[in-house]
Design a protein around this ligand. Structure first.
Ligand SMILES: CC(=O)N[C@H](C=O)[C@@H](O)[C@H](O)[C@H](O)COP(=O)(O)O
Length: 232
C-alpha cells in the first residue's frame, strides 16, 4: 500500500470546503486554511479541499496530504466532483497527493463512462493516487476493478438512486470492506464522534468528516431545529 494511503489508516481526514454562497466562502481564500489549521492541531492527518485557491493555501501552510477536488457543474453532466480532465490537470498541477472524483455509475453528458475517464487519467498520470466518490455497492465494486486507491461513500444519499439515505450508510461501508479489498473511506453525514466510532466498527480504513466540523451554518441549523420556537 502506498505510504500516503497507509498514513490515513485509523486516523481522521477533515474536509474543509466552502463554495460560493456559503457563509465562509471568500474568493481570495484565507478561511479554509484556518479551518485546516484547527483540524490539524486537533490531530487530523489529511485535509480534503475544494478548488485550487484553497488547495494551494493549505499546501503552502502545512506539510500534510491533501485530497483535492474541484466541484463544477457542466451542462448535461450529473457528476460535479472533478468531472473532466481539465479539473484533474489543475489538481495535479496544484500538487494534490490524492485526487477524488465522482465514480458513480451515472451516465455522463459527454457520453463517456467513469471507466473511460479513469483510464484516461491513469494513462496521463500513472502515479497519481485516486479516490472514488461512490454512491452504491455497484459503483464501489466497479471502482475497485478500476484500480482506485481509496473508495469513499461520499455520494451515498446524493444521487437519485440513493436519495432516501439520510444517515451515514454503515451497511454500505461494511459491504465495501468485505467485498472490495480496497481501503474504504467513510464519508458523508457523519455528524458526531459516535457516528465515527460506529463507522470504524465496520472495518473502514479512514474517514472524512466535513460539515460537522467546518460548516457552521449546517451545525447551527441542527441546534436551531430543536429550539421550542422552531417547533411551534
Ligand atoms: C455530496 C458532496 O458533494 N459531498 C462533498 C464532497 O466533497 C462535501 O460537500 C461534503 O462536505 C464531504 O463529502 C463530507 O461530508 P459531510 O460534510 O457530510 O461530513
Amino acid at each position: 500500500m502506498h505510504p500516503i494511503i497507509e498514513s490515513l489508516k485509523g486516523n481522521l481526514v477533515v474536509s474543509c470546503q466552502a463554495l460560493p454562497g456559503e457563509p465562509l466562502y471568500k474568493e481570495e481564500g484565507g478561511v479554509m486554511v484556518l479551518m485546516a489549521k484547527a483540524a490539524i492541531e486537533a490531530g487530523a492527518v489529511a485535509i480534503r479541499a475544494q478548488g485550487i485557491t484553497d488547495i494551494e493555501q493549505i499546501k503552502a501552510a502545512f506539510d500534510i496530504p491533501v485530497i483535492g477536488i474541484i466541484k463544477k457543474n457542466y451542462e448535461g453532466y450529473d457528476s460535479y466532483i472533478t468531472a473532466t480532465m481539465d479539473e484533474v490537470d489543475a489538481l495535479v498541477a496544484a500538487g494534490s497527493e490524492i485526487i477524488a472524483l465522482d465514480a458513480t455509475m451515472r451516465v455522463r453528458g459527454d457520453g463517456t463512462t467513469v471507466n473511460e475517464f479513469v483510464q484516461a487519467i491513469k494513462a496521463k498520470y500513472p502515479d497519481q493516487l485516486l479516490m472514488a466518490d461512490i454512491d452504491s455497492l455497484e459503483a464501489g465494486l466497479n471502482a475497485a476493478e478500476l484500480g482506485f486507491d481509496l473508495i469513499g461513500t461520499t455520494m451515498n444519499g446524493y444521487t437519485e438512486a440513493t436519495a432516501s439515505q439520510t444517515e451515514p450508510n454503515f451497511a454500505l461501508m461494511r459491504d465495501l470492506v468485505e467485498q472490495t479489498g480496497v481501503p474504504i473511506v467513510a464519508e458523508g453525514k457523519l455528524h458526531s464522534p459516535q457516528d465515527l466510532a460506529k463507522a470504524y466498527e465496520t472495518g473502514i480504513h479512514t474517514a472524512v468528516i466535513g460539515g460537522a466540523i467546518t460548516r457552521p451554518l449546517e451545525i447551527a441549523k441542527r441546534f436551531i431545529a430543536v429550539t421550542p420556537e422552531a417547533n411551534k
